[in-house]
Design a protein around this ligand. Structure first.
Ligand code: GLU
Length: 485
């Protein structure tokens, strides 16, 4: 197969709710491919088996499809360099680990987790950054063979030069120099035979003929390891571009503690994908004020990857709201508007499921908006009065809201059964009955004390909307605790 234009990729790890940062990096790559007649690929990086799930993978695919981006190769569409899910490629990585051992670029490390923890502890105590100390570098071939024969578990680590620095050019950061002594002897193949992110990422980028690696700035410090791997294998390295992170208005890294970060939150609230992409695309173009409203084709035409800012992409929700409003008012015909609204209301079957849950609870259809409207509403209007009728006092209510908010984060699956089980476990942990724990949550998610069943409502609203409502509820109740004191 002849490669014509550049080949770029988005390589999400399916370890959580799809993040707007993933849409931001995906959009850059998509525009880059479109601008240069290249190919945009989706690869699922699920080497972290303990945190990756198929449910999150599906959510990533759904969320990226919702944004309107499309990819020419990926786990769902196939392609000439598949499979496109790293866990399906496990066997492909093994020979590369062996090749590096044979060439003397890597070594087997038998250090136990306990020893590594002691080593890190000593480094911390001495004020040094944690880094493998190279103990197993000194093992002789005979010692390695004997340990293997004795069934000792081992990982494969890469060797790192002891002197000098790794100098490279980054498409955004320009010339970068990172001293080798700050680079860790990275584990490449874990004890269970799975590669780590670094190993799989480089091998896959090579095998998938990726020409340009555009990703978040958090990976800049990993480039020396990656470049070294390209050198060890004798492969040509891609062009690197590290995009500045999305940030909150106060310049801190965009995090769900401050702003909702899930793509699904924005779709659930009725942001148009075109508006979200327009908003994210503005970080990649230079345009005069007043010309902010751009379609994907206009973004492609104005896309300017050579003039990217390192300053950080501020996630300014007010600007997003402003753009979204303009898209709704100016770009949708009345027919489109109606069709889009119905499509939005039906998202994740929330309309039909909400109606099913409502049927046994109303005597007139006109009661529906009051009863089930919270499933669609972007603000349930929580005030201290919303929580006043509860049996728990504000301090107890706050404890419940905060504990639930923190523990729901750790849930892997999000459905009626898992929410039910988790809330029971949380009640036990708090030493309270479930019927004491649920009323504050009921108010937090629905805004009212008379509403649809809690677990079903939470499942329909989705994790990211529930998280945000619990957060708002906790803020409201915290003000009550403050004033009660
Ligand atoms: N799996 C990595 C992530 O989710 C990809 C980083 C890269 O593009 O190399 O951030």
């Amino acid at each position: 197969m002849t490669i014509t234009g550049p080949r770029v990729r988005i390589a999400p790890s399916p370890t959580g709710e799809p993040h707007v940062g993933t849409a931001y990096i995906a959009l850059f790559n998509y525009l880059f491919a479109k601008k240069h007649g290249g190919t945009f690929i989706l690869r699922i990086e699920d080497t972290d088996a303990t945190r990756s799930t198929l449910e999150f993978e599906q959510k990533v695919l759904d969320a990226l499809k919702w944004t309107g981006l499309s990819w020419s190769e990926g786990p769902d569409v196939g392609g000439p360099y598949g499979p496109y899910r790293q866990s399906d490629r496990k066997a492909m990585y093994q020979p590369y680990g062996q090749e590096l051992l044979n060439k003397g670029h890597a070594f087997r490390c038998f250090c136990t987790p306990e020893r590594l923890e002691q080593m890190r502890e000593a480094q911390r105590a001495a004020g040094k950054p944690p880094k493998y100390d190279g103990l197993c570098l000194n093992l002789t071939a005979e010692e390695v063979t004997a340990k293997m024969a004795a069934g000792e578990s081992s990982v494969i680590r890469m060797k790192i030069p002891t002197e000098g620095s790794c100098d490279f050019h980054d498409g955004v950061y320009g010339d970068v120099s990172i001293p080798w002594d700050s680079v860790d002897m990275q584990v490449l193949i874990k004890g269970d035979g799975m590669p780590t992110y670094h190993m799989a990422n480089v091998i896959d980028d090579h095998l998938m003929k990726i020409t340009h690696v555009a990703r978040g700035e958090e990976w800049l410090a990993s480039v020396p390891k990656h470049i070294l791997l390209y050198r060890y294998f004798g492969w040509e390295q891609p062009v690197f571009m590290h995009l500045s992170l999305m940030r909150n208005a106060d310049k801190s890294k965009l995090s769900k503690r401050k702003n909702p970060t899930s793509i699904s939150y924005y779709s659930a609230l009725g942001y148009l994908p075109e508006a979200l992409m327009n908003f994210l695309g503005l970080f990649f173009v230079q345009i005069p004020e007043g010309e902010e409203m751009l379609t994907m084709d206009e973004l492609t035409a104005k896309f300017d990857p050579d003039n990217l800012s390192k300053a950080g992409a501020i996630f300014d929700i007010q600007k997003l709201d402003w753009l979204n409003g303009r898209w709704i008012r100016e770009k949708l015909s009345p027919e489109d508007f109606i069709a889009r609204t119905l499509e939005w209301a039906s998202e994740n079957s929330r309309l039909t499921e909400g109606l099913k849950l409502s049927q046994s609870r109303i005597s007139k259809l006109g009661e529906l908006p009051g009863l089930a409207g919270f499933l669609l509403s972007n603000d349930v209007g929580l005030t201290p009065a919303s929580f006043a009728g509860l049996k728990t006092n504000p301090a107890e209510t706050l404890e419940i809201l905060q504990t639930v908010q923190a523990d729901l984060e750790k849930m892997i699956e999000w459905n009626v059964e898992s929410i039910d089980a988790e809330l029971r476990a949380i009640s036990d942990k708090l030493g309270k009955k479930l019927r004491v724990v649920t009323p504050p949550l009921f108010v937090a998610v629905s805004g009212s004390s008379r509403s649809l069943p809690l677990f079903d409502s939470m499942a329909l609203l989705g994790r990211s909307v529930v998280r945000q409502r619990l957060k708002i509820a906790a803020t409201v109740v915290a003000s009550m605790v403050g004033s009660a004191a």
